[in-house]
Design a protein. Structure first.
Length: 153
């Protein structure tokens, strides 16, 4: 049914999909606070111990997979709303935001995986500022997913 009639599946499970996206976005917001505090602590102390507190403890596969699911879910809802000729531009914000967040997290992860004491931290400062912006930007995205729980398609 999903392959033959994807729009019917999305319409039938519209609220369930939004609950799922809301839970994933809350998880991503929580993990973003964790990553942000890790980066802030590194910037304050200037040291990084790969064995004691690796970056993979903060930027996990589950976090990246959750962001991927948010991108796929929001994109599918975006196409559904475009197909139904409903207002769709609101779903463009989470898609763009989560794609950019995914790239920033990969950049931070590669920075720490290749870290040596003589590396410039300019890229990390930019990443820290972007993380702060994405953390604040999570609030409207969570509000969109929550508000769409109460709407009908």
């Amino acid at each position: 049914m999903i392959i033959r009639k994807p729009y019917a599946f999305l319409i039938k499970n519209f609220r369930k999909i939004h609950v799922f996206l809301l839970l994933l976005s809350l998880f991503v917001a929580y993990k973003l606070l964790d990553v942000s505090s890790f980066v802030n602590e590194f910037m304050r102390l200037g040291t990084y111990d790969l064995f004691k507190d690796p970056i993979t403890k903060h930027i996990t596969g589950w976090l990246l997979f959750s962001i991927f699911l948010l991108i796929v879910g929001s994109t599918s809802l975006l196409f559904l709303l475009m197909h139904k000729k409903k207002p769709w531009k609101l779903y463009l914000v989470p898609v763009v935001e989560y794609i950019a967040l995914f790239l920033v997290l990969l950049m931070i992860k590669s920075f720490f995986n290749g870290f040596s004491n003589d590396v410039e931290t300019t890229d990390l400062r930019m990443s820290r500022d972007l993380l702060l912006m994405f953390t604040v930007a999570q609030l409207p995205v969570i509000a969109v997913y929550y508000a769409c729980l109460w709407t009908r398609l």
